[in-house]
Design a protein around this ligand. Structure first.
Ligand code: 3HC
Length: 286
């Protein structure tokens, strides 16, 4: 399918970077959010990001300007949906909200449009029926920071058509990503399951007093070649997000091993959410 216009719903950490990635990939892109101030904040963030890359000599000024010109913003979901060939939903991780978004998309998006969710915790089968076009729905899961990370997990539900998968894979490649296909809806898909296992072990080692958080992170980087240690990564992703993923996984599997870890839950209760709040397992003052 010929995809020209992409609508990204949600101007949060993920949505704004996914939208920029789409604009840089040559697609006419609309970033939609119910909050005008969130859209303005996202725009300022993205202009800062592209300006820094231009200053570093990693992005040509004309390419950055053309991408920003291709990226518009709006608070009107229905009107934007009517223009989209592909919709990437990156709204809040709440099923009721996602269902109502997919119902609205089903009514307003052109009949050929593909509707995907960036959710890492809600499989697309939970929203597919609401859209009225289940064969054109799947998960398209990006990783944080979405402008940098190459992987995109494309997760099919039982009704997703092969054509939909091929089109979404082609878009991911056009964004410079390396899509992987997940054939079954399983909590955590591939990456978050592996990341969860590492985080669980790291949290257990720290809570047993086997080593400090800093030394566990250093070990992950220097012995295993990971770009970040597990605690640094949880701070990047957000401890609220980490805790939410664990809760969602545990509610689906019911397995003790998937229960949210008390060290993370405690930090969230204290408002220590990682980089975004200035403190998580580490401090990020200034
Ligand atoms: N947003 C956009 N770009 C960013 C960024 C951010 N938040 N953080 C770093 N970058 C860019 C920098 O601008 C730089 O770009 P350049 O090379 O073109 O100049 C590049 O990334 C490298 O940054 P740095 O040199 O500052 O630092 P690092 O070399 O340490 O890289 C990192 C930073 C890319 C974040 C790297 O540490 C990394 O890959 N960490 C692991 C990230 C990861 O595992 N993400 C997956 C999380 S799980 C997830 O998202 C799933 C979800 O469901 C929870």
């Amino acid at each position: 399918m010929d995809i020209k216009t992409i609508l990204v719903i949600g101007a949060g950490t993920m949505g704004r970077q996914i939208a920029t990635s789409c604009a840089l990939g040559g697609f006419t892109t609309i970033l939609q959010d119910i909050s005008g101030s969130a859209l303005d904040e996202a725009r300022a963030d993205l202009e800062g990001w592209t300006a820094r890359r231009v200053a570093k000599g990693k992005l040509q000024a004309e390419i950055a300007d053309a991408a920003l010109a291709r990226l518009s913003q709006s608070t009107e979901l229905g009107a934007c949906a009517a223009q989209a060939d592909l919709v990437i939903e990156a709204a809040v991780e709440r099923l009721d909200i996602k269902r109502s978004i997919f119902a609205e998309l089903g009514k307003n998006a052109p009949a050929h449009a593909i509707l995907v969710t960036n959710s890492s915790t809600l499989a697309s089968s939970h929203v597919a029926e609401a859209s009225g076009r289940a064969s054109q729905v799947c998960n398209m899961h990006f990783f944080n920071p979405a402008l940098v990370m190459k992987c995109v997990e494309i997760v099919r539900n039982e009704q997703t058509s092969d054509e939909t998968i091929q089109s979404v894979m082609a878009v991911a490649r056009a964004l410079g990503k390396e899509p992987v296909l997940v054939n079954k809806e399983i909590p955590g898909f591939i990456a978050n399951r592996m990341m969860g296992a590492i985080q669980r072990e790291a949290l257990n080692l720290a809570s047993l007093g086997v080593a400090s958080i800093k030394d566990i992170d250093t070990t992950a980087r220097t012995a295993l070649g990971h770009p970040m240690g597990p605690f640094e990564l949880m701070d990047l992703v957000g401890l609220d997000v980490t805790d939410f993923i664990a809760q969602a996984t545990y509610s689906e599997t019911g397995e003790d091993v998937d229960q949210p870890h008390p060290m993370v839950t405690q930090k969230v209760a204290e408002g220590k959410l990682g980089r975004k709040s200035g403190e998580g397992f580490y401090e990020y003052r200034g």
